[in-house]
Write a protein that binds this ligand. Structure first.
Ligand code: GRF
Length: 195
């Protein structure tokens, strides 16, 4: 199976996903694409030998469908079976999502359905949560809403700052996303709860 990964930043999740697709894993990475031509993840993808593309969203200011039409160019060429959003920070329209529904995954740094949207770690700390974590879900038109495919939990410790908690969660994202992708690629959509 062919996997495309979309990112906006450093791409640490992309690196773990790409590194996991070896041996008898049924999927291989065919494209890493970013909405930011300067995204560090693009260089990391090049270093890993994965084809890359960049579609700067800024010239499309406000015209989301036009931006997404530009994304569809490299995507159509790569012809992925699965699209993984990994630190991709642009909201996708229902039209775009519906074209990939059932084949698009996202990782979100909270235990959905709690803390959809941004600043999840600060909000969890502010709310006095004793645990936090990350979720891989199928992407549907509603933001951070689709069927949950996997979750991993971490404790929230006294004195945690958002950055400290974010780093603890990110380490679990790096375990969870590859595990969920492999199961998904093998047709297993049962939710995975990492110990
Ligand atoms: C991180 O905040 C992570 O929690 C979320 O996207 C951001 C960047 O991740 N999934 P990455 O290092 O670019 O994969």
């Amino acid at each position: 199976l062919r996997v495309a990964i979309l990112l906006s930043g450093g791409g640490s999740n992309m690196v773990k996903l790409v590194e996991s697709m070896t041996g008898d894993h049924p999927a291989r990475p065919v494209l890493v694409m970013s909405n930011d031509p300067a995204a560090g993840g693009l260089d990391r993808a090049r270093a890993l030998g994965v084809p890359v593309a960049a579609v700067d969203h800024k010239p499309f200011r406000g015209d989301r469908p036009a931006f997404e039409e530009a994304l569809n160019g490299p995507l159509a060429e790569a012809a992925p079976d699965i699209v993984c959003l990994a630190g991709f920070m642009r909201v996708l329209t229902a039209g775009f999502v519906s074209r990939w529904q059932g084949r698009m995954l996202n990782i979100h740094p909270s235990l959905l359905p709690k803390y959809r949207g941004l600043h999840t770690h600060a909000r969890a700390i502010e709310a006095g949560e004793t645990e936090a974590g990350c979720t891989v879900h199928e992407v549907t038109p509603e933001l951070d809403e689709g069927p949950i495919l996997g979750q991993a939990r971490v404790p929230v410790l006294a004195g945690d700052t958002p950055d400290v908690l974010a780093a603890r969660v990110l380490a679990r994202e790096h375990e969870l996303y590859p595990a969920v992708l492999e199961r998904f690629a093998r047709g297993n959509r049962a939710p995975l709860h990492l110990p």
